[in-house]
Design a protein around this ligand. Structure first.
Ligand SMILES: Nc1ncnc2c1ncn2[C@@H]1O[C@H](COP(=O)(O)OP(=O)(O)OP(=O)(O)O)[C@@H](O)[C@H]1O
Ligand SMILES: [Mg+2]
Length: 330
């Protein structure tokens, strides 16, 4: 299935149209966007829609290897080129011939290797480390980063000439919070996949789905996917990472408090778990709407009065409020 079918927002429609137009060319493409937005998914879509689809798609994570190893990974090496190089080894540029290479986390390539990469792209040929013969390089180059490369150019961390080589076309993939209208379809997709993967049958109420739509999702689609998996595995939805909820220091939540009680009955455990879950969801909702209680009550589908009661009952405290009334946190 084409994952991008689920991306129906205005922002992603632009991306999909760009993919269709640039796939037929051999132009270098720079994919930018926050972590987890789907840069790799888009890169694969470009490859699949291109005349190179029959060739290989190879990804190299430029952040995973130190400079020397990355160089040999990309360009290969000749036997005896360095200690441990006991045989000739082709690089990814060679292996991806007639296909596409994705240079992931391009912003992490060390400066020295940036110079070599620039030459390879300019000359259309590359040489294995310690090799003698230049090899024609017939590869479509895609690069991805979540760094601000223009800022890196200003600080001397990234070569400007390489930037322009790689960035013939830039495709910016918007963060999930700018395309919340895709969340319901993504939610269904991940829920179905996770239920199948774990042999579960978790369903979500409209209120829970609404909570998913309203989360800030700093980790984007990857975070959403993981949250759904976690819910399926645990058998219930807990959007709370404890560190995200504004919980008063010293307030007791979670298993630690349970362990301290001696032999609590099953009913007590259930009551406490329900209360903890409620507290977590309320805290997160309040945080998300910057403690606008009326809005939080609407989202949680309880009355304003009931929310005030619960806030006091759960001992939740609002963040520091400035003299002009604006909350300082979030
Ligand atoms: N349109 C989509 N439909 C379904 N799943 C998606 C979609 N886009 C991304 N994903 C999933 O979200 C996760 C993150 O996607 P991807 O690895 O492409 O992000 P990324 O931008 O490369 O992130 P990073 O910067 O962290 O490498 C993957 O598991 C991917 O399968
Ligand atoms: Mg990636």
């Amino acid at each position: 299935m084409d994952l991008l079918e689920l991306c129906t927002s205005a922002g992603m429609r632009v991306v999909r149209e760009m993919i269709a137009r640039i796939a037929v060319t051999d132009a270098a493409v720079l994919l930018t966007g926050e972590s987890g937005v789907g840069k790799e998914v888009v890169a694969r879509a470009i490859h699949r829609a291109s005349p190179r689809a029959a060739g290989q798609f190879l990804k190299v994570n430029c952040a995973a290897l130190p400079g020397e190893l990355l160089e040999s990974e990309l360009f290969g090496h000749a036997r005896g080129a360095f200690t441990g190089a006991d045989r000739d080894k082709p690089g990814k540029f060679e292996q991806a011939r007639r296909g596409t290479i994705l240079l992931d986390e391009i912003g992490e390539v060390p400066l020295r290797l940036q110079a070599k990469l620039l030459h390879v792209l300019q000359d259309g040929e590359c040489m294995r480390v310690g090799g003698e013969r230049a090899l024609e390089n017939d590869v479509r180059v895609l690069a991805a980063t979540n760094r601000d490369l223009e800022a890196d150019i200003r600080t001397g961390r990234f070569r400007e000439d390489l930037y322009y080589r790689l960035n013939v076309i830039e495709v910016r993939i918007p963060p999930l919070r700018e395309r919340r209208d895709e969340i319901p379809a993504l939610l269904d997709f991940f829920l179905k996949a996770a239920n199948a993967q774990f042999g579960a049958t978790l369903a979500m109420s409209p209120a829970t789905r609404q909570l998913f739509v309203e989360q800030p999702w700093p980790g984007n689609i990857r975070e959403l996917e993981n949250a759904v998996k976690r819910a399926v595995v645990l058998g219930s939805v807990d959007l709370g990472r404890p560190e995200r909820a504004s919980v008063r220091p010293g307030a007791s939540i979670g298993p630690a408090a349970t362990a301290a009680e001696s032999h609590p009955g099953l009913k007590d455990i259930a009551r406490k778990a329900a209360r903890d879950a409620e507290r977590m969801v309320i805290a997160q909702t309040l945080e998300r709407v910057h403690w606008n209680r009326a809005k939080a009550a609407r989202i949680l589908q309880i009355s304003y009065k009931a929310l005030l009661y619960k806030i006091s009952d759960c001992e939740l405290t609002s963040p520091v409020v400035r003299s002009d009334g604006a909350a300082l946190s979030a």
